[in-house]
Design a protein around this ligand. Structure first.
Ligand code: NDP
Length: 295
């Protein structure tokens, strides 16, 4: 570890599962780590490992040059940061906000911070708690590049891959929204699949290896789909959207025959039918992205 990192101090505001993992990784890397959480008690284990427990958020942020915020959303982040005594203590210091929310909220908070002389970076964590401090962690960052470079040695203590996506402050949140869109719709599909499979007498563990096989098909499709979307080639050769819509209708029928809510699949089928209705039935499913993007 470089002497710069050894001498660094970092504050973590928010000690939910993720905030605790971040603070734990900073401690493991030997950084002087100050922690604070709205509800007392969550700092106990971290304090036993050497974290300094601050009595207030203003005391916490005053402990060092860099505060990492990780709370449920920006309402929560603002409930902490916008307290006058906290904002005052943060002037001239840096906030790295790793809470999740929308790009618009990131831009608003950055504007507010700029007006108070608070140096502000926004970020998103793309991997679960267990990855923090390991090579599997993925962090996205946006905001002023020199500020990012200045704090990168401390952020590196969190392990994994850090990517600076650009100076536009909303960019990390925009990636986060897009990537979580993929994640949650896939998880909704999987949850629905487990319910329908169970109704057909198939156990979740029985289905899981085959579900993993379906998951494995997706990464190369994401690449192909991206190229098609950018180049404007929507060829449905091999799998036209008319065929996809028919397959989706079977899933809806089977689900509803068991009295299982097929809302997620109905939404997907609805998109396919809309594309067909617009005269693109010979195209592939990628055409949905273009049609949705017409706004
Ligand atoms: P939560 O999203 O449940 O956030 C809990 C934290 O938010 C607690 O510290 C809680 O404080 C605080 N909080 C909530 N409301 C307020 C408020 N009004 N004022 C002050 N603090 C508040 O848990 P996580 O720690 O898991 O997540 C934190 C962030 O990390 C989220 O934005 C999440 O999306 C993101 N993330 C989480 C991942 C995960 O695997 N857990 C993965 C990737 C990103 P209190 O204890 O007082 O309630």
């Amino acid at each position: 570890m470089s002497s710069h990192v050894e001498q660094s101090a970092v504050t973590v505001l928010g000690l939910g599962p993720m905030g605790r993992a971040l603070a734990g990784a900073f401690l493991a890397a030997g950084l002087r780590t100050t922690v604070w959480n709205r509800t007392p008690g969550r700092e106990r284990e971290l304090a036993e490992r050497g974290a300094l427990s601050a009595g207030s958020p203003q005391e916490a942020v005053a402990a060092g040059p860099l505060s990492v915020v990780c709370v449920v959303n920006y309402d929560a982040a603002e409930a902490i940061l916008r307290r006058p005594e906290v904002a005052g203590a943060l002037a001239g210091r840096t906030v790295v906000n790793l809470s999740a929310d929308t790009p618009a909220r990131a831009r608003e908070l950055a504007d507010w911070a700029a007006g108070r002389g608070i140096r502000y970076l926004d970020g998103a964590i793309m991997t679960p708690v267990a990855t923090i401090g390991t090579p599997a962690a993925v962090f996205l960052h946006s905001g002023p590049e020199p500020l990012y470079r200045e704090h990168r040695p401390v952020l590196d203590a969190l392990g994994g891959t850090h990517t600076h996506l650009g100076e536009e402050i909303g960019r990390a949140a925009a990636y986060d929204i897009a990537l979580l869109d993929v994640f949650w719709t896939a998880m909704a599909g999987y949850a629905h699949a487990l319910a329908v499979a169970k109704a057909e007498g198939i156990g979740a563990r029985e289905l899981a290896p085959f579900a993993q096989g379906i998951g494995a098909i997706l990464p190369p499709l994401f690449e192909q789909f991206a190229a098609s979307a950018e180049e404007g080639g929507y060829s449905g050769e091999g799998n036209p959207i008319t065929s996809a819509a028919s397959s989706m209708a079977h899933i809806v029928q089977a689900s509803e025959a068991h009295g299982i809510d097929a809302g997620v699949m109905r939404a997907a089928e609805g998109l396919a039918r809309r594309v067909i209705g617009l005269g693109h039935g010979a195209d592939g499913f990628v055409r949905v992205a273009e049609v949705l993007g017409r706004r």
